[in-house]
Design a protein around this ligand. Structure first.
Ligand SMILES: C[S@@+](CC[C@H](N)C(=O)[O-])C[C@H]1O[C@@H](n2cnc3c(N)ncnc32)[C@H](O)[C@@H]1O
Length: 352
């Protein structure tokens, strides 16, 4: 459990961790990709620029055959088994490193959630979802998670909350929500706790490996079911999180989420879809079999299908309310290049 000091003065505690504690001893985890990168530098036919150009050409032309071809990896040697194990079992170290390097600056606030997940928003926001909403007022408030969660009308659990780019905008837009966040990376949770808006009195975050119960990776981590009473959560969100978890662990993770949801409670998912630009542009040396890849920093990237996601949720007892691909065009502000993206998005309900 987080110490009272950490809850009361999260920024001070986070800075102390960084400068006196864990930070001083930290060494970046290794990946198998160093040799691959050296090879790539010598071979102009395998540059990341070329891989991006090929992927963009296929997607922009809507050439499904070329898209499928770029996803066919059987001719490639997959990442060695022992490294695959390391990326899955040791994911915490890679995510901690990710947040050490990028701090709070990597992900953008997900304001679009107001429109995408209407169930989470009050009527006045739905009537004008793009209207400005004020930042949360912060105070020195210490939160008793259980008391607050039980007393608050609507409990939102954000799984894999990172530094709060989903959680905080949702709390801003809906004053009736009480937000609970958890993430595998204690670094990310420390950064979230160091934000002024975290101390709004409606928010609590803790490190947790959501694939695991009591066998958490460190004494600092807590199982979902230890922190939240069974049947206490109204809504849960999984935003680009299942793609970071080995698919073999998806079912056990969803079972754990099902048990903390209220009957009738819902899970909202948005994640990378199969055929997304990010999948097509992966070069050699990243493929782990099927639609699973590892990024250069050692974090997993699994690309999901709508039918696979639906099946996994339904197999553990959820009812699918919706589940479909969303196609989007994102413009790179620096280069002006239009990048077609594929997400998969769904809402799943625990039967009443
Ligand atoms: C791609 S990031 C998305 C972050 C955030 N949901 C957002 O959309 O901005 C994936 C997040 O999932 C977290 N994560 C990965 N595996 C996890 C696990 N087993 N339990 C909890 N969180 C996990 C990572 O630490 C990381 O913060």
């Amino acid at each position: 459990m987080a110490s009272t000091e950490e809850l009361q003065w999260p920024l001070a505690a986070y800075r102390r961790r960084q400068h006196e504690g864990v930070g001083a001893k930290w060494r970046a985890p290794r990946t198998h990709l160093h040799a691959e990168m050296v090879k790539k530098r010598r071979d102009p036919t395998r540059s990341p620029k070329r891989e991006l150009e090929e992927a963009l050409r296929a997607l922009q032309a809507g050439d499904l055959q070329a898209v499928e071809q770029l996803m066919q990896r059987e001719h490639e040697t997959p990442v060695p088994e022992d490294w695959q194990r390391r990326y899955c079992d040791g994911a915490r170290a890679y995510w901690d490193q990710f947040y050490r390097e990028r701090t709070v600056n990597f992900f953008k606030d997900r304001h679009y959630l107001r429109e995408e997940f209407a169930e989470l928003m009050p009527a006045h926001v739905l009537a004008d979802p793009k209207r400005w909403v004020d930042e949360l007022e912060s105070g020195p408030e210490v939160i008793d998670l259980k008391k607050a969660a039980l007393e608050t009308k609507t409990v939102l659990l954000e799984l894999g909350c990172a530094v709060g780019n989903g959680l905080i905008p949702m709390l801003r837009a809906n004053p009736d929500l009480f937000g609970v966040g958890c993430d595998l990376s204690a670094e990310a949770v420390g950064l979230l706790r160091s934000k002024d808006e975290y101390r709004c009195g409606r928010c609590f975050a803790f490190p947790s490996d959501i694939t695991k119960g009591a066998d958490q990776p460190t004494a600092e981590h807590r199982a979902l079911e230890e922190q939240l009473p069974a049947g206490s959560v109204d809504f849960a969100t999984l935003l680009f999180v299942l793609s970071a978890i080995d698919p073999e662990q998806h079912s056990q993770t969803l079972q754990r989420i099902l048990s903390v949801l209220k009957p009738g409670g819902m899970v909202m998912v948005r994640d990378y879809g199969r055929g997304d630009l990010a999948q097509l542009r992966f070069g050699a040396g990243h493929w782990m079999g099927g639609d699973r890849y590892v990024r250069g920093d050692g974090t997993l990237a699994v690309f999901l299908t709508d039918s696979g996601l639906r099946e996994t949720f339904e197999a553990v007892g959820f009812v699918s309310l919706s589940c479909e691909y969303k196609r989007n065009e994102v413009v790179n502000r620096g280069t002006g290049v239009v990048m077609p993206r594929v997400w998969v998005q769904g809402t799943f309900q625990r039967p009443a």
